[in-house]
Ligand binder design. Structure first.
Ligand code: MN
Ligand code: MN
Length: 307
């Protein structure tokens, strides 16, 4: 089962301006080959299909618990995409309809991913930076534990490559923060899969890291996560389950030599996270439409009745 918490895994700063092309670039980290939809899909189906779960508990629990984190990454990147497309936090114009004869959305015809506006109202979709659909061919679930873990190690290193390239294209703080947080967490996942493979095969795969060979201390947005020790933590994302991952992540294992030193630790549950920014209505794009004032009044009454 999954439980849902109404927060983002990390606090994102509001964008300085609306930049739908930056939002399109960030889509690569959502629906690209190595995006969050891919890591989620791989670990989720591998965990569903895992053979001998009881006998291979620490390895099953590793894939199962990271699945939950990846679902939160999908949520984080999706919020980042929509925030960049929509611009700074504001109270919005809650009016309905209005005069659309003066082409209020003329600028949108020149954005790279026009469909993100035309079809999704400036929100996120499971597509890459060129609006090509994410697809199920990006899921690998062989049933062979070593092949699956090795695939996951490759996937996290490939994701790091894409995150670094997208990071190099973004100047806005929102997109850079998404990349900074995901680079730290992706390093944890690559490291965790390497340690799992080392337990099974004896090969010290963690010596491959970091791949690509640029340490996290070169990325300003990674610093606060390194200082708080995020690079040394794996979460269970569960009140009681998946604790067995401490046999792989822990057990005297240390942070990578290029990161701040310390022992690896498993944390029960999830990080504190940050707020979800409001996406306010855009009357000329017919969101949320119907009769906004009336809907807000109805919602307020329902909210009060529920307390
Ligand atoms: Mn991820
Ligand atoms: Mn990951």
């Amino acid at each position: 089962m999954f439980m849902r918490v109404d927060k983002l895994q990390a606090a994102l700063p509001a964008p300085r301006k609306a930049d739908p092309n930056a939002a399109a670039a960030l889509q690569e980290l959502l629906g690209g080959k190595y995006g969050e939809m891919s890591t989620l899909g791989n670990y989720m189906f591998q965990s569903f299909n895992f053979r001998s779960k009881d006998k291979l508990r620490p390895f099953y629990s590793l894939v199962a618990s990271i699945t939950a984190e990846e679902l939160g990454h999908v949520e984080l990147v999706s919020n980042g995409v929509a925030m960049l497309a929509n611009g700074p936090d504001n109270d919005g114009d809650m009016a309905s309809g209005g005069d659309i004869s003066k082409t209020p959305m003329e600028a949108m015809k020149d954005i790279r991913s026009f469909a993100s506006f035309a079809s999704a109202g400036g929100g996120a979709l499971p597509v890459n930076s060129n609006s090509m659909s994410w697809n199920a061919d990006m899921v690998t679930t062989t049933g062979n534990v070593v092949v699956d873990l090795l695939h996951n190690f490759h996937l996290e290193c490939g994701a790091r490559l894409h995150k670094l390239r997208v990071y190099e294209t973004l100047s806005d703080p929102t997109g850079r923060e998404v990349c900074g947080y995901l680079l730290v967490r992706g390093s944890v996942h690559a490291h965790a899969y390497a340690l799992a493979l080392k337990q099974i095969t004896g090969v010290e795969l963690e010596k491959f890291l970091p791949t690509p060979n640029i340490p996290l201390d070169k990325i300003p947005e990674c610093q606060k996560y390194l200082q708080e020790g995020s690079h040394r933590r794996l979460y269970t994302w569960s009140p009681n389950d998946y604790k067995e991952i401490s046999g792989i992540w822990g057990n005297g294992e240390q942070a990578l030599p290029t990161d701040p030193p310390g022992e690896l630790e498993v944390v029960d549950g999830m990080p504190e996270g940050g707020k979800i920014h409001q996406l306010t209505g855009i009357p000329s794009a017919f969101t949320p439409d119907y009769a906004p004032e009336e809907m807000f009044e109805i919602a307020t009454k329902l909210y009060k009745a529920s307390r």
